[in-house]
Design a protein around this ligand. Sequence first.
Ligand code: SAH
Length: 388
Amino acid sequence: MEEKKNAQKVCPYAKKCGGCQYQGIPYPAQLKKKHNQVQSLLKRFGTVKPVIGMKDPYFYRNKVHAVFDRDRKGNIISGIYEQNSHRVVPIDQCLIEDEKSQEIIRTIRGMLKSFKIKTYDEDTGYGLLRHVLVRRGFTSNEVMVVLVVASPIFPSKNNFVKALRKVHPEISTVVLNINDKNTSMVLGEREIILYGKGFIRDTICGKSFRISAKSFYQVNPVQTEILYKKAVEFAGLTGKEKVIDAYCGIGTIGMIASDKAKEVIGVELNKDAVRDARINARENKVVNISFRQGDAGEFMEAMAAADEKADVVFMDPPRSGSSEKFLNSVTRLAPKKIVYISCNPETLARDLLFLTKKNYVVKEIQPVEMFCFTDHTEVVTWLEKAAR
Ligand code: SAH
């Protein structure tokens, strides 16, 4: 009996879906596998600490994305794209996505017929609903539903929202996102708020954040706290430092570090995220932080050209890693510490090679599990400027 209770859950969609490359592997072995992978990529820079895993590796994703389509018989389906294809694998229950959000997606799927809403067909361009995205605030329980549609005319939209909220009163905002392009990007530029404020809130490391539909937000809230705490610990702040939070998103890392720093500057490309970041600073009464919108590399280059310095640089680039422009400029700003947060150990290895050739030494490499059952690993690395 006991054994059954502790047995690993088995996903019936694993083969077709392909989203969880480590399905079927016991969780402790997954962590070992991730460690080995990071170790083999980064061992030249030092010992890699064991991966900080999750106690409960299921239903952790606070953001659920479902593609809508029809099957051959014409039934409405929702799920995810089959790997390397645009065929939709229908999924009723995913083991890593937030359960409440999945319930909402199932409800929406059931409502479409009576509201005469057609799913979008990528080949013909006919139909309306392309994707549904649901995000839930882990501490606030606020829920955002984003309906991604091919055209802004959504039939009986007010009644649709009313009917949806009747089943799920926890939904605090509904956003219509218009994506009329033939693209694999999920979200389009234009948004219409159908209900609520157009964003949700969540609290992380004691600070409250608003998150808009198009802003990046870490998908595993339990582990994000661990990751951010580690990053701030590595920075070893004393209250006197000028800190840069590069690729800052909605300003999370910089705001959490701001209590222990003299000044923080965040830089981020996404306009909506920067707007969120500025409002987040105001609402948390953080006065020693400011944000710039633009390419992080260009911002750092301009700072270096003005002969400015920084004491600590946090950098958290996308999977493609940082740019040479950024890395070159960082070394000119000559921070004592660089804390590099990476979601792709391969580009991390490339960028660490650059930095270690330029007078930086790696002090600690700490992988943190953010993506259980997948082959992705987050790694936070602490670098120090070597004494000349
Ligand atoms: N540190 C944040 C966001 C990390 S995700 C957090 O923990 O939530 C990476 C972020 O980099 C995204 O918000 C993305 O919009 C941003 N980004 C991507 N390319 C960029 C660039 N060239 N310059 C600045 N920001 C960029």
